[in-house]
Design a binder for this molecule. Structure first.
Ligand code: NAI
Ligand code: NA
Length: 395
């Protein structure tokens, strides 16, 4: 079939298998171009199909030469109905891993559940014995807590006060004022349930009890801080409360891993266009200004550049350069004072009329379509493609 993008608000309902594969190939080539990393050899990535998690899987495999198990929740294809992009990404990843002689298997299901944790542990036991690196990179709007059976929904709201600021609809370029009502106590608790550290801790607890953590095993989860501008809706909002919880959980897990000389650390990453971040108000305007500035300075990075640098320079480099809260700061270039000062300047003057000049709206929009395998260089979108592309290990 011929597959075209069909968007509804912040989501795209279709995905292109060839475009997704090309994205994966480009990421593999980038990692290979940076040379080998003396790092993990057996890796579990939770949230492995898109964004930072996919980049982590690719860096583990093609940078470190690692065997990888990837867990994700994606929709498979059926005749006439394309799969979700993460499914096609994983199909492409497994195909290219196999060609490179690298072990790669995937598990498609709810990572929050006991069943998927058990299935993953069984697969590790059977195929790898133990793992030495666990990347936790889930982004989800909902979670059913397996201990209580309760389903929680996360929200993106400020805490305390009503928040009003500019935002942009990146499809149209319209800059408007958005007003968000503050969260109530339930909203905060629910968001912490979904995006906090509880599930990360469960994964590590269960893996440790099952004996699948190697001596010296390390685990990393990803967080975000960002500028003052987005603080009310991000870091000091409901999602920020969840990130506080996630960051605090790193210390709890670290203590639990002391006897195997393990490590649990949070890496604060750069703001990037992913399915998760497109849904957060105000962030798309911030990102489009940030991209413009970082590209002009020659310091722009996508997920793969971020994660390759995280592995090479920090996790397996000579110095993790932890901040005063024990976090890795691979958002260091985004947070540079001169970069943020320029964002502030442009933010103050941004309007519908000038945004395509002062901001990188095109970069934002292209990145968004790229997530779904569209507008990828070198792909012939007029060509008939088979939409039924399976992840080899899930067949
Ligand atoms: P993403 O939406 O690209 O990836 C989410 C992953 O989680 C996918 O692999 C998806 O299949 C998986 N997933 C979601 N629900 C699942 C479930 N119930 N069971 C199994 N898998 C499930 O998101 P992104 O942006 O890569 O986010 C990953 C982490 O990085 C998050 O913690 C996010 O807060 C953090 N981060 C994101 C930044 C950004 O600007 N995008 C910046 C800094 C940190
Ligand atoms: Na991810």
């Amino acid at each position: 079939m011929i597959i075209e993008p069909r968007t509804r608000g912040f989501i795209c309902l279709t995905a292109h298998p060839t475009g997704c594969e090309q994205n994966v190939i480009n990421q593999i080539e980038y990692v290979k171009s940076k040379g080998t990393i003396d790092g993990a050899k057996k890796v579990l990535v939770i949230g492995a199909s898109t964004g930072f998690g996919l980049a982590s899987r690719i860096t583990s495999a093609f940078g470190c030469g690692a065997s990888t198990i990837g867990v994700f929740l994606e929709k498979g294809p059926s005749a006439g109905r394309p799969a979700s992009p993460g499914y096609y990404n994983s199909a492409a990843f497994e195909k290219h891993a196999a060609e490179a002689g690298l072990y790669a298997k995937s598990i498609n299901g709810d990572a929050f559940s006991k069943e998927i944790k058990q299935q993953t542990i069984d697969m590790i036991k059977e195929d790898l014995g133990q793992v030495d690196l666990i990347i936790y990179s889930l982004a989800s709007p909902v979670r059913t807590n397996p201990n209580t059976g309760k389903r929680h929904k996360s929200v993106l709201k400020p805490i305390g006060d009503v928040f009003s600021n500019k935002t942009v609809d990146f499809h149209t370029g319209n800059v408007t004022e958005v007003t968000i009502q503050p969260a109530n106590e339930d909203d905060i608790a629910n968001t912490v349930e979904v995006m906090g550290g509880d599930d990360w801790e469960m994964w590590i607890d269960e893996m440790k009890a099952a004996g699948v953590l190697a001596e010296g095993a390390q685990t990393y989860a990803y967080s975000y801080i960002g500028p003052k501008l987005t603080e009310p809706v991000y870091r000091k909002g409901t999602i920020g409360a969840a990130k506080d919880h996630l960051e605090a959980t790193a210390f709890k897990i670290q203590d639990k891993l002391a006897d195997i000389n393990g490590k649990a650390v949070v890496s604060v990453n750069k703001a990037l266009v992913t399915q998760a971040s497109s849904a957060i108000p105000v962030i798309p305007l911030y990102i489009s200004l940030l991209y413009k500035i970082m590209k002009a300075e020659g310091i722009h990075e996508g997920c793969i550049e971020q994660i390759q640098r995280l592995y090479a320079d920090r996790i397996y480099g000579s110095d993790m350069k932890l901040d005063d809260k024990g976090r890795i700061r691979i958002d260091d270039w985004e947070m540079r004072e001169d970069v943020q000062a320029k964002v502030d300047e442009l933010w103050a003057i941004a309007t519908t009329e000038n945004l395509s000049d002062i901001g990188d709206l095109k970069g934002y929009s292209d990145d968004f379509f790229n997530l779904f395998g569209f507008k990828v260089d070198g792909v012939d979108y007029a060509a008939d493609v088979n939409e039924v592309v399976e992840v080899p290990s899930l067949k």
